[in-house]
Design a protein around this ligand. Structure first.
Ligand SMILES: Nc1ncnc2c1ncn2[C@@H]1O[C@H](COP(=O)(O)OP(=O)(O)OP(=O)(O)O)[C@@H](O)[C@H]1O
Ligand SMILES: [Mg+2]
Length: 832
């Protein structure tokens, strides 16, 4: 690992701790708060990108410099210069209003969602003012003393000062597939980094104290490739929405060019035609779509926060609503996070405190942050008094055991603790005794107790780090049995998820017998439990079949959890995974929606899309409901855009070629567009029918196309009926034509939301007052504009009463037809 710069500071692993301290101008006792603040100002935040929150000014400029806005602005100025003061002024004014409207809408919701996201940002443990405390990872500075434990993501490049049984997984950084040992001491050569930690790697086992050398973008790898990297492949929903926007944008461009060319060829005024074409483009482009989805998703995120779900990746809200299977680990979600020590048994199965005492010594001196070790310590609080740690082999999820070398009243003792079958394999005992011991474990499991086996060996010889080879010829000491009863709310929450079309599966590392019993208690199918060993023998295809009919899995290794997730995905499910451990991280990454809980290990939180503030399935069920609701509201916009709005602009383009005069003036089109946008403001607040959130909601492009293919032409048919009536029946003048059509077009575009917003009859599911207000106010403004002096600036005239009556009738008939055709348009296609 040599570096191009050659700057010695960049190869901090070649320095001694003292030399590095000197270079960083700090000591080995950690920083005081004031010094840390000064360093934060000097070195910057410990992150890769500047804060993503965009200022209002920037947001406005970004919108102003979009091509259409620019053309409009230029056109407006030209109009003013060539004598059309009012027309030009109106264009600039409307442009200002639209940009302001967008900025305010987007700014608030998006900023609020971003702040929420940050509230669950990763923490790092640093020594400040003499004591270890948790701070935001972004506030770590060079010179900080870090404490890093299994499951943490390493917050900064750092030099190890002390470590016990510490390994780090650097696969994402270096490609090295296995966790590597890290310990203090001088580097063996320029490429030896066994004394260095790199930001973004994952602490796999053990614990270490290290001196932060470099942070943020100064780190060797940056975070691009690391476990911190947040870039995720866009979901199908993301991708389709973008594609949908692009298709419309292309169609718009083509249409506008055709209109412009034809009009210019026919000798119509160029500036007028250009303005008309641009206004048309403004009306047509779903320029609002990305903004609207972001705003709606952000608002969804805010509502979900109110229900204890913090969203880290906005598009995951849709994925949560689409989820069909939720996989979860056991402890902390189905059972309470605080398990308790229920029994301590000797090797013969008799009550005896020794096993618990040895277990507590091991847990206190060299345990992890898991619930088992916490329960052991709580069960036997002062067991470790008089014992000191001499060496350690950290708990490992694939071996399912760990050991501690300790010296105390009994001399030097190696204590091994882990899953019974793993520990018993290392003990000196005959097969009969081993079978009897396993039978006892099974007996305990049927009583609802999960057990951990304790074994020991006298340690002869010198003190040194424990190797796995040392864990042989052990004496079986006995069992610690833990009560881990299901949460009282679990069964009801599972039933609620099931009625919402979400199947639950338990993916646990615990004993299949324990898992089976729990599955039965919470109402899952407990007939068949697959174990890690069963799965190892199945091909991917066979597994994809078996996972469908199995609800409970036990003794899974971490990579088997993700294998099951992938098998479910392969059989067409949208899979969520809920977990909090370092052993859950691969599955969290593989799942469509990763859910973790506040206080979970760093890797689990980093891999998750959402963080639950309370580890409870009820919270997931609430989140799913919000997710589906948010998706249903986004669909309303998309449907609106795909039906009336698009249809109207299309008719306008055709009319502009066919008619000898402009069917609508550019300023009128812009006003039309502004009012339409205004009417949609209330959509994110809208209610959603129970029916729309009852089942998983999967985004389907083909269903949208079907919808547009029916509702779009319907709208155009009525536009042409309107044109016909105005020209033939009412012999309208150009000004009357434009005014009447403006009214018709506004009324149909705005009112159709009340039909589209629900799959059932409109009167069955009443809109939210905010939506009614935004729609009706926009409509009212459009209706009275022609009758006011301001209307005259836009070129409106007061249409004769008979013409108004005719228009009203057409609007009513259109709405009735839309309601009648709706079932056809929204009927689920063949795709489901
Ligand atoms: N700290 C520990 N000390 C000893 N044994 C442990 C420890 N942690 C886990 N084990 C053993 O490893 C097994 C798997 O770990 P664990 O139960 O935490 O996996 P999991 O998949 O997270 O399970 P759960 O579904 O209960 O959360 C446990 O059943 C236990 O036998
Ligand atoms: Mg767990």
């Amino acid at each position: 690992m040599t570096e191009a710069s050659g700057n010695p500071a960049s190869q901090f692993w070649r320095l001694s701790a003292d030399a590095l301290c000197k270079q960083l101008g700090c000591g080995l006792q950690g920083l005081v708060t004031t010094e840390a603040a000064a360093r934060l100002a000097r070195y910057g935040r410990n992150s890769d990108a500047p804060p993503r929150i965009e200022g209002a000014m920037r947001a406005i400029l970004r919108r102003l410099f979009e091509p259409l806005s620019l053309i409009l602005l230029v056109a407006g100025v030209i109009s003013m210069l060539t004598g059309d003061d009012i027309g030009g002024l109106i264009i600039v004014l409307i442009l200002t209003l639209s940009i302001g409207l967008d900025t305010i809408q987007e700014g608030h919701a998006v900023r609020a969602a971003e702040i929420l996201r940050r509230s669950v940002a990763l923490k790092a443990e640093v020594r400040r003012d003499g004591a270890f405390c948790q701070i935001d990872v972004e506030e770590v500075v060079p010179g900080d003393i870090l404490r890093i434990r299994a499951g943490d993501i390493i917050p900064a490049d750092a030099l190890i000062l002390e470590s016990t049984a510490f390994t780090a997984a650097e696969a994402a950084l270096t490609g090295e597939p296995y966790p590597v040992q890290k310990r203090a001491g001088a580097a063996g050569g320029p490429d030896d980094t066994s004394n260095a930690l790199f930001r973004g790697a994952v602490a796999q086992t053990g614990e270490s104290i290290a001196l932060a050398a470099r942070t943020g973008r100064d780190t060797v790898f940056g975070a691009a490739a690391s476990a911190l990297a947040e870039a995720q492949a866009p979901s199908p929903f993301d991708r389709d929405l973008r594609e949908f926007g692009l298709v419309i944008a292309r169609a718009t461009l083509a249409l506008v060019l055709v209109v412009l060319t034809i009009r210019v060829l026919f000798g119509r005024p160029v500036l007028d035609s250009l303005l008309f074409a641009v206004a048309l483009a403004v009306g047509l482009t779903p320029e609002l779509l990305p903004m609207i989805t972001t705003v709606t998703l952000s608002r969804g995120a805010l509502r979900m926060a109110g229900r204890k779900v913090i969203v880290k990746r906005l598009a995951a809200i849709h994925d949560l609503g689409a989820m069909t299977v939720l996989c979860t680990d056991k402890t902390g979600t189905l059972t309470s996070a605080e398990i308790t020590l229920a029994k301590s048994l000797d090797a013969g199965g008799n009550e005896d405190a020794r096993a618990a005492r040895l277990g507590a010594i091991a847990a206190a001196l060299g345990g992890d942050r898991g619930s088992l070790d916490a329960a052991l310590i709580a069960g036997c609080a002062d067991a470790a008094q008089g014992w000191t740690l001499a060496g350690r082999q950290a708990f490992d999820f694939s071996r399912r055991l760990g050991s501690v070398l300790t010296s105390g009243p009994e001399g030097m003792l190696l204590i091994v603790k882990g899953a019974p079958e793993a520990v018993l394999d290392l003990c000196t005992m005959d097969d009969g005794a081993r079978a009897a011991a396993m039978a006892r474990v099974r007996q305990l499991a049927t009583e609802g107790l999960r057990s951990v086996a304790i074994a020991s060996r006298r340690w002869m010889g010198a003190t040194r780090e424990v190797e796995t080879e040392d864990e042989t010829d052990l004496t079986f000491e006995g069992y610690c049995a833990f009560a881990d009863p299901p949460k009282s709310t679990a069964a009801a929450a599972i039933a609620r998820l099931a009625s919402g079309g979400i199947k639950l599966k338990i993916l646990s590392g615990d004993d299949p017998v324990v898992v089976k019993r729990l599955a039965g208690l919470v109402g899952l199918n407990a007939e068949r439990v697959l174990s890690g060993r069963d799965i190892a023998e199945l091909s991917d295809e066979a597994l994809a079949v078996r996972v469908q009919s199995t609800d409970a899995f036990g003794r899974l290794a971490p990579d088997q959890k993700s294998r099951i997730v992938k098998a479910l995905q392969a059989s067409g499910e949208v899979v969520g995974f809920l977990g909090d451990g370092i052993n859950d991280a691969p599955a969290l990454k593989a799942a469509d929606i990763g859910l973790s809980v506040e206080g979970a290990t760093g890797v689990a939180q980093a891999a998750a899309d959402m963080i639950l503030l309370a580890s409870d399935l009820e919270v997931v069920a609430d989140g799913v409901e919000e997710g589906r609701r948010t998706f249903a509201n986004i669909l309303k916009y998309v449907r609106m855009g795909a039906s009336s709005n698009f249809g109207n602009m299309l008719s306008m383009a055709i009319a502009s070629i066919a008619l000898p005069f402009l069917p609508m003036l550019p300023t009128q089109i812009l006003l039309n567009n502004l009012l339409y946008d205004l009417s949609e403001l209330g959509i994110p607040f809208d209610r959603v029918s129970a029916q729309a959130t009852a089942q998983p909601q999967v985004w389907s492009m083909s269903r949208l196309v079907r919808f547009a293919a029916i509702m779009g032409p319907l709208s155009s048919v009525f536009d042409f009926l309107t044109f016909g009536a105005l020209l033939v029946l009412f012999k309208a003048s150009p000004d009357e034509f434009r005014t009447a059509w403006f009214i018709e077009s506004m009324a149909t575009q705005i009112l159709v939301i009340f039909i589209i917003r629900t799959n059932g009859r409109p009167w069955r599911n009443r809109p939210d007052p905010v939506l009614s207000a935004s729609s009706l106010i926009a409509l009212l403004v459009a209706m009275i504009a022609p009758f006011t002096p301001v209307g005259a600036w836009f070129g409106f005239v007061v249409p004769p009463p008979l013409m108004l009556a005719g228009i009203t009738a057409l609007v009513v008939v259109y709405l009735a037809c839309a309601e009648l055709l709706k079932p056809l348009a929204i009927r689920a296609g063949r795709d489901g």
